[in-house]
Design a binder for this molecule. Structure first.
Ligand code: FES
Length: 145
């Protein structure tokens, strides 16, 4: 089996699909290589805790599963603790992804960071370690453009 049971579960029954109309931060990231797009919404309380997270994607099954798991993992965490959630920790929580699908988990991480960046700018809150996100995760590789 190419995918773990957890990946299949989050793909078949994705958690937190949708939008948050009064989101504190919204991130939109694409991957020009595969054409997939991810939009992430975060609702963050005044004391910097993620109260809700939702996502919408025009993406593959691995992108759906990693976003579903990532939104589950960030809920209830402080924005500082959210920074310790990476595509690796999300993949571990899903019992792994095939090597060719690792980039899909990067889409989820970058969309999460883009939503945090948006929140950080709008709310004037500095988040340690947060770098300006790219709008296309393929940007770093010129052969993809
Ligand atoms: Fe594009 Fe998975 S193939 S995100």
């Amino acid at each position: 089996m190419l995918y773990s049971d957890k990946v299949m579960d989050h793909f078949m029954n994705p958690r937190n699909v949708g939008e948050i109309s009064d989101a504190s931060g919204v991130g939109l990231v694409g991957n020009a290589k595969c054409g997939d797009i991810m939009k992430m919404f975060l609702k963050i309380s005044d004391n910097g805790v993620v109260e809700d997270a939702k996502f919408k994607t025009f993406g593959c099954g691995a992108a759906v599963a990693t976003s579903s798991m990532a939104t589950e993992m960030v809920k209830g965490k402080s924005v500082g603790d959210v920074m310790s959630i990476t595509n690796k920790t999300v993949m571990e929580a899903l019992d792994g992804l095939p090597a060719v699908k690792v980039h899909c988990s990067c889409l989820a991480e970058e969309a999460l960071h883009a939503a945090l960046w948006d929140y950080s700018k709008k709310s004037n809150v500095a988040i340690d370690g947060l770098k300006e996100p790219v709008s296309d995760i393929g940007e770093h590789d010129l052969t993809m453009v």
